[in-house]
Design a protein around this ligand. Structure first.
Ligand code: ADP
Ligand code: MG
Length: 238
């Protein structure tokens, strides 16, 4: 695990600035939730951490290394997406090992890494199945497995539960927290769901319209919201 520092990061698409100088310090091993309404810039910020999007200005550090000019595979970060993005023609095991294969890891070594990850996620008996033969929750676990096998310093999640039904969403929250604790990683988790943020986060970053409104522990924000936006956002039901 490693710390992550987001230092005065701005992002423009063409003439339009969508992130207006965002700073967040994330400690080693922390589970940080970025929360805010749709369109406020959460995914853009996460994609910039992963290296899938360039930053317009500012700095991103992992540990004490400035990474904002490095390509994704040199950042020691793995991202789990909302839509899973599994390959339909590959088995569970092949999906989980795909990025390792791209990086030239041997077949035997891939199998060695897929196996324990599948066990952690309860997928060991499903390794030869195809995505269409899995439930929504199982597909989401495969997407997490793909990240775990890379043994990253930092995990990023972009609304990973939004395609699941309400009951599964609640149990998967616990699973993801357990995974974070068991793997002792640093996690940045994006959601627009206030309840998810309140129940999962060590630290919440409330965003609105490309800015950070407040950063704090769930109860700090609940008891001492910095402004009306935070009060309304954290206080109102999802
Ligand atoms: P969130 O994840 O919080 O819903 P996003 O990060 O997806 O928000 O989007 C933030 C803003 O940036 C939105 O106004 C969105 O329309 C804009 N945006 C995101 N990606 C692009 C892009 N590739 N080109 C132009 N505008 C974009
Ligand atoms: Mg988004």
């Amino acid at each position: 695990m490693a710390s992550v520092t987001i230092d005065d990061v701005r992002k423009s698409f063409g003439q339009t600035e969508v992130l207006h100088g965002v700073s967040v310090d994330i400690e080693e091993g922390e589970f940080v939730v970025l929360v805010g309404p749709s369109g406020c810039g959460k995914s853009t910020l996460l994609r910039m951490l992963a290296g899938l999007e360039n930053i317009t200005s500012g700095r991103i550090l992992i540990g004490d290394k400035v990474v904002n000019k490095l390509p994704p595979k040199e950042r020691d970060i793995a991202m789990v997406f909302q839509n899973y993005a599994l390959y339909p023609h590959l088995t569970v095991a092949e999906n989980m090992g795909f990025s390792l294969k791209l990086n030239g890891v041997s077949k035997a070594d891939i199998a060695e890494r897929v196996k324990p990850a599948a066990e952690i996620l309860g997928l060991a008996h499903l390794l030869e199945r195809y995505p269409r033969q899995l439930s929504g929750g199982q597909r989401q676990r495969v997407a997490m497995g793909r990240a775990i096998v890379r043994d990253p310093q930092v995990f990023l999640f972009d609304e990973p539960l939004s395609n699941l039904d309400a009951k599964l969403r609640v149990s998967m929250r616990t699973e993801i927290k357990n995974l974070h604790n068991r793997l002792t990683t640093t996690t940045v988790y994006v959601t627009h769901d206030q309840i998810e943020a309140m129940t999962m986060a060590d630290k919440i970053v409330v965003m609105n319209d490309g800015r950070v409104e407040q950063i704090g522990a769930p109860l700090e924000l609940y008891d001492n919201p910095a402004n009306l936006f935070v009060a309304g956002f954290i206080g109102s039901p999802a």
